[in-house]
Ligand binder design. Structure first.
Ligand code: SAM
Length: 275
């Protein structure tokens, strides 16, 4: 897909040991991917067709392949290199890690995260394949408060920019995504840059509503990705940039608490009266 040149790579042991593919029929290869600024990434990824499974959102192996938006996102990040220079970046839902690995060439340090164990193993392999020293990889499932805390402790300087490419395709994941970004940027604020292929309009609408509730300021929307060839199963691609203010997680918590004003005891009495 993204590869100008691909090398077959012996991953038999890797598949069995790390990905637990008992049949051993998942094909992996390393693709050499040229990106802006004379950077070529070597990326282990699967060539098997993986679809987003909208019915089963508890299991997600979509990150084993490289999604088309990732390359376009890297091109966008290249245009933002002055903004990223010297910064600490964290990637959410990294998949093969293409965007985070590319960003490591533009910034100070990158923490690459994904919520899927097998996908995290692939990213670690990809960090090794590219010999990158300013990259760390950790598992992070959004909404996991303790893991997010640990990521914050691991980097005393905090994160300046959070990035994510093709990470949201189901409304039910939008609240935990916003909550995690709030927690990560709460101490000093920062930017959240996200590329999205919109398959269901309400997913984007929900996200925009939640970000506005949290006091994020949308500072850019770039629909230029719309011009790229589209597949039948999504309506458009776009790129969104938000300024996330400091203290956003506290404000969001207060807002949620003020919404739930009903005393459980009163609620019970009310319920009894009705019966
Ligand atoms: C469609 S893939 C995109 C991968 C990569 N960013 C790209 O553009 O090639 C979505 C990735 O997001 C991760 N993901 C989805 N929902 C998540 C969640 N709630 N918490 C953490 N990771 C999640 C998946 O594991 C998967 O690797």
């Amino acid at each position: 897909m993204c590869s100008e040149s691909s090398t077959e790579w012996s991953v038999e042991g890797f598949i069995h040991d790390t990905l637990g593919d008992e049949k051993g029929d998942t094909r992996f290869e390393v693709a050499d991917i040229p990106l802006p600024g004379d950077v070529t990434l070597h990326l282990l990824h699967t060539t098997k067709g993986i679809q987003v499974d909208m019915e089963n959102m508890d299991h997600d192996n979509t990150g084993m392949k490289i999604w088309p938006v990732a390359r376009e996102f890297c091109e966008y990040l290249h245009t933002q290199r002055e903004r990223l220079s010297g910064r600490n970046i964290l990637e959410l839902g990294a998949g093969t890690g293409m965007c985070g690995l590319y960003t490591s060439h533009l910034c100070r340090r990158v923490m690459i995260t994904d919520g899927d164990d097998a996908v995290v193993s692939i990213v670690k392999k990809n960090v090794e394949l590219n010999g990158l020293k300013n990259v760390l990889v950790e598992k992070l499932w959004w909404g996991d408060h303790l893991s997010t805390e640990r990521l914050l402790r691991e980097n005393s300087e905090g994160y300046d920019v959070i990035i994510g490419s093709e990470i949201l395709y189901h409304e039910s994941h939008a609240p935990s995504l916003v909550q995690t970004v709030n927690q990560l940027l709460s101490s000093k604020g920062g930017l959240f840059i996200m590329a999205i292929a919109v398959r269901i309009r309400s997913v984007l609408n929900t996200l925009i509503q939640l970000t506005s509730n949290s006091g994020w300021k949308q500072i850019a929307t770039d629909y230029s990705l719309t011009n790229t060839p589209r597949s039948a199963n999504f309506s458009f691609r776009t790129l969104l940039v938000w300024e996330v203010p400091s203290g956003c997680d506290v404000r969001e918590k207060e807002r949620r608490e003020s919404e739930v004003k009903i005393d459980p005891e009163e609620q019970l009495e009310g319920d009894c009266k009705l019966s």
